[in-house]
Design a protein. Sequence first.
Length: 302
Amino acid sequence: MAAKSNLATRDEPLVVERTFDAPVALVWRALTEVDDIKHWFVDVPDFAPRVGCEFQFYGRGDGCEYLHRCRVTEVVPNKRLAYTWRYEGYDGDSLVTFELFAEGKRTTLRLTHTGLETFPTLAAFAKANFHRGWTEITESLSHLVETRRSEKLLGDREIVATRMLDAPRELVWKVWTDPGHIGKWWGPNGFRTTTHSMDLRPGGHWRYVMHGPDGRDYHNRVTYLEVVRPERLVYNLGSEEDVEPVSHHVTVTFREQDGRTRVDMRMVFASAAARTHVIETHGAFEGLKQHLGRLEAYLEKA
């Protein structure tokens, strides 16, 4: 669900609200567990949901990197988390507060950032920049918690992988959807890919062959369900040789974060047995890891 927010004067608190299709305990976990925080925010290994805990991280703004220094001031499990927010070497001290409101199986988050007026009047500290940043961050949080909820519901039927790429989203999208690029990196280690046709639109098809290192050819057919450039691809993937027309359902999202791109790839199979089959027979977990690894290596060259 889209965020609700206010963007009034610099002296007034910044408030961003978002409702998640997930229970409050799942949202609290995402807010407070280090392994989850790095997926929607930044990597903060020294963070702990404990009053007095101090943590820091670097963030980019206006072409520069700023060292953020924070200290946890309030922790009420499943309800409220607050910490100070300031910048090393600059005047000003602010407070970020996350409040959670349970609504049955859904949760509303209210994020309030006060004290922005205490920062220097630099472009990097403009209220509009904080508004944009927190809106994007809570969107990433929404994606994480709703993915986590789906994992609980579909965990025995799905395979999920995430990779943070040091490349802009438009480039990642192009490399993922242009046959001229795809043929140079697509698939696990040792594979080559030949595209016969690609119609990149809802209802369109991509027909391609993956040439395995053992000499075997794998004929694949993608049917696109959603194509939202450069944000999301949703499609059904099947083999031209299979009796069943659809092998599994795939969702790929591309999220830009500070000039980098986070790719999330989620494959949902018709049954737990089908998922087990591709894992045991085709090494799907390792294959997907290698697939994204080849993408990362190709982007470094590109």
